[in-house]
Design a protein around this ligand. Structure first.
Ligand code: GLU
Length: 473
């Protein structure tokens, strides 16, 4: 293992952080943490027409939300490709000076014509080397091409796929710098990886076909190769490449759907990596156990149900105050008042964790805590608002008014006593109370709910129900 390990995540800011990108970021982060190495964030923004500041912001925000902290990268200068143009130019000049690269003056039209010809013959286009030995002078408009051996093969020793061989018949003298002076993507990646002293290139399988080209460039520059690891693709349930067609694919979309970050991270870790049959991993667990040897070759299938199951798991594990902080924006987004008392909201979340897969669900279930019911469920009232309901509400109000302290045990004792006196089952009084408080017959344990809601609010809701039930009977 080269020491120290230096890995990078190199997103192109042409969109939000996709689950595939997030998983690549996670694997790099975990590999770095596992080996006490360095995790670098590099922004590949040379495609100026498609890169935006908003996407850079959004990617950084998504990484921060996942808790994937980088050791080198923005906001420090020098980690965006657009800030590194001088470096590419210096390396390009060096390659030209050493005869490893040459100027090519072929026009786009001439190359297009050759491309069409190749297509007509059913062949893949390869640059025929027209300008290879022409020593095109600097004064002529020209691109810079890498000189590579026309014959032979380039082998990628991949940590996941093993030996992958590419025949040079598939490669050509590719362009390092376009005629307008802009460096190409593959050239920038290699120059960045060597100058940033990257030891392991861990990236998506979709880049495997770029790797032989890049290996040729390392050789021309005279730098040793990093270790390559191309991680398998993520597919949708129909086994086609995961895309918007399959629903949410960006990390932001899952965050907005109320998936907690711990669950997202846990889920991403298991997309292509395993550690025995363990399913639950905290961020620390991932860093502790992650290894490329356990990354499989097979594509991973995205399973939303499993992600939600993990989200429920991590919601249950979360300390109440943290959950309260996570829930607050979801209450606000649902147009609900956000209780200022976080400790109280934390206790509220404790009553809701059993049934919430997401924070959106939890906000929905928390509605009655922060807002009285707008209506009463007609099925519930048809069943429980009998002629006796009015009197029972009145009694409940009287007893609760007499209580100074509404801790759950006191409330339960009070209900049991009243039910016994009236010859009722506890559930009858409980359901009347649920209807008053939530408008429905479903809620977390009702004595806890009454206790959390407090005396004034509980009484107000019981009185409103008493009036409504009275008006009906
Ligand atoms: N910028 C590339 C992407 O967003 C990654 C390149 C690499 O990892 O080598 O897919």
């Amino acid at each position: 293992m080269p020491e120290p390990v230096r890995v990078r995540f190199a997103p192109s800011p042409t969109g939000h952080l996709h689950v595939g990108g997030a998983r690549t970021a996670l694997f790099n982060w975990a590999f770095a943490r596992h080996h006490q190495g360095v995790f670098i964030l590099r922004v590949e923004d040379t495609d100026r027409s498609r890169s935006t500041e908003e996407y850079i912001e959004s990617i950084l925000e998504a990484l921060a939300w996942l808790g994937l902290d980088w050791d080198e990268g923005p906001p420090t200068a020098g980690y965006r490709q657009t800030e590194r143009l001088e470096i590419y130019k210096a390396q390009a000049d060096r390659l030209l000076g050493e005869g490893r690269a040459y100027r090519c003056r072929c026009t786009a039209e001439a190359l297009d014509a050759l491309r069409r010809e190749a297509q007509q013959c059913g062949e893949t286009f390869r640059y025929p080397g027209t300008c290879r030995d022409l020593a095109v002078p600097a004064s002529e408009p020209s691109a810079l091409r890498l000189r590579i051996a026309a014959e032979g093969e380039t082998v990628v020793e991949d940590a996941i796929h093993g030996r992958v061989t590419f025949d040079h018949a598939q490669l050509d003298d590719w362009i390092l710098v376009r005629s307008d002076g802009t460096p190409t993507y593959n050239f920038c990646v290699v120059v960045d990886d060597v100058t940033m002293q990257i030891t392991h290139v861990i990236r998506g399988n979709d880049h495997l076909s770029n790797t032989p080209k890049q290996i040729q460039c390392y050789a021309a520059l005279g730098y040793p190769l990093p270790l390559f690891a191309h991680i398998p693709m993520i597919l949708g349930p129909d086994r086609s490449r995961l895309s918007k067609r399959h629903g949410a694919t960006s990390v932001q979309a899952f965050r907005d759907a109320g998936i907690v970050p711990e669950a997202m991270l846990n889920y991403l870790a298991r997309l292509g990596w395993s550690h025995g049959d363990q399913e639950i991993f905290s961020r620390e667990d991932i860093a502790r156990h992650f290894d490329l040897a356990q990354v499989g070759q097979a594509a991973a299938i995205f399973d939303r149900a499993k992600l939600e199951w993990l989200s429920m798991h991590w919601i249950k594990q979360a300390p109440p105050e943290r959950l309260a902080a996570q829930l607050a924006p979801f209450l606000a987004r649902a147009g609900l008042p956000v209780p200022p008392d976080r400790a109280w909201l934390g206790r509220v979340t404790e009553t809701l964790t059993e049934r919430s897969h997401t924070l959106v669900e939890m906000a929905e279930k928390a509605t009655f805590y922060v807002r009285p019911p707008a209506a009463y469920d007609p099925q519930a009232t048809a069943r429980f608002w009998t002629v006796a309901a009015h009197a029972r509400y009145a009694l409940l109000i009287k007893r609760l008014e007499a209580q100074a302290d509404l801790d759950p045990a006191t409330v339960e004792a009070l209900y049991r006593e009243l039910a016994a006196q009236l010859g009722l089952k506890l559930v009858d009084l409980a359901q009347l109370t649920r209807i008053a408080i939530t408008g429905t017959t479903v809620s977390p344990p009702i004595f806890q709910v009454v206790s959390l809601l407090g005396k004034a609010e509980t009484l107000a809701r019981l009185k409103a129900a008493l009036a409504a039930a009275g008006a009906r009977s």
